[in-house]
Design a protein around this ligand. Structure first.
Ligand SMILES: Cc1cc2nc3c(=O)[nH]c(=O)nc-3n(C[C@H](O)[C@H](O)[C@H](O)COP(=O)(O)O)c2cc1C
Ligand code: SF4
Ligand code: SF4
Length: 318
């Protein structure tokens, strides 16, 4: 059996999980490849018997994952499993993603989620989920990878009752309220992302172009293109990655993080804590840092004021 594990990962959590799933899958499959979604074409899928597709949770799903399944040609029943990493609110991820994979013609044979640390300009540093994914998460991911290959083989051998039903919507009341509020916000709740060409050192640096989640940036053309609006980015999935990784401070948020985050601190604190308390009580969440250490008054980019706020890992994507 040949397995392709496709992932999108901005800050590295999903990438780690994808590789551990790959390690587990290798114990039972003849060939396993793990690739970034940027390097995958639909033609490639034809060479594999089982696909794994994973990403972080962004509200429901990140826009590049949505683009992937919305544009996919009919997969004629090809087996797929879905996985994600998330912060406080996994929310609508599986209820949104799995039916769409089915619509693209995949047979969905399993799904699994893991907590991951959160790196966003206005979110607490350290965050409640800091330390995830840890060794235990990676061991679970490895076991999941092997389980998916074995399940796929058994389904191919006729045990079709192993195909799980579509999941129930597991969004509890707190999460539902938070998500509806987020969806009602127009544009990017982190603020509008604006680039100052005076501070930009392109072509010496191409970091934002190389790492833009949505390929919205092209500084090589005239006029230069930047963000969802061509001149700035207001994508409503909360992405602010180019701001986080720009080495010169040429990219800024409007309004600034100080103005933007202050009114939200109390609301988010109450909400996040109640959601995670409940997840901990249900045995879904393992707290790796004590609650007193969560940096609610130190948003990530103020805790890391030097530019870039976040260093893109040196390891290239597969
Ligand atoms: C733009 C953005 C939106 C996010 N939205 C959510 C969300 O709605 N719910 C949630 O639980 N976590 C959310 N997160 C947190 C990520 O899902 C979490 O940090 C994930 O592990 C990141 O994976 P990565 O390191 O592979 O990029 C968001 C993170 C980003 C950057
Ligand atoms: S990351 Fe910053 S300096 Fe680099 S090309 Fe983009 S805007 Fe310019
Ligand atoms: S915020 Fe920046 S990296 Fe994210 S989609 Fe917009 S332009 Fe791309």
């Amino acid at each position: 059996m040949k397995v392709l594990i496709i992932y999108f990962s901005q800050s590295g959590n999903t990438r780690k999980i994808a590789h551990s799933i790959g390690d587990g899958a290798r114990e039972a499959a003849s060939r396993v490849d793990v690739k970034s979604i940027k390097k995958v074409s639909y033609e490639m899928l034809e060479n594999y018997d089982l696909i794994g597709l994973g990403s972080p949770v962004w509200k429901a799903d990140p826009p590049n994952i949505r683009r992937f399944y919305n544009n996919a040609p009919d997969q004629k029943g090809k087996h797929i499993f879905s996985f994600c990493t998330h912060g406080t609110m996994p929310g609508f991820y599986f209820p949104v993603v799995l039916p769409n994979l089915k619509k693209a013609g995949f047979t969905v044979i399993g799904n699994r989620r893991w907590y991951g640390n959160v790196v966003m300009p206005g979110m607490p540093e350290p965050y409640y989920t800091a330390g995830h994914p840890d060794a235990q998460d990676l061991a679970e991911a490895k076991a999941f990878g092997r389980e998916m290959v074995e399940r796929s083989q058994r389904i191919h051998n006729g045990e079709t009752d192993l195909i799980p039903p579509m999941p129930e919507n597991d969004v509890n009341k707190n999460q539902a309220v938070a998500i509806v509020n987020m969806l009602l916000e127009y544009g990017n709740p982190q603020g509008k992302i604006v680039r100052d060409p005076e501070k930009c050192i392109y072509p010496k640096c191409t970091r934002c172009m190389d790492n833009c989640t949505m390929d919205y940036i092209d500084l090589s053309c005239e006029p230069q293109k930047f963000g969802s609006e061509g001149c700035c980015c207001n994508d409503n999935h909360e992405c602010a990655w180019c701001f986080m990784i720009c080495p010169t401070g040429a990219i800024r948020l409007e309004p600034s993080i100080e103005e933007h985050i202050k009114p939200l601190i109390g609301v988010r604190k109450t909400l996040f804590e109640s959601i995670l308390d409940e997840a901990e009580r249900n045995g879904e969440f393992r707290r790796l840092i004590p609650i007193e250490e969560v940096g609610f008054n130190t948003p990530y980019c103020l805790a890391h004021p030097d530019k870039p706020h976040f260093k893109v890992p040196a390891k290239p994507e597969e």
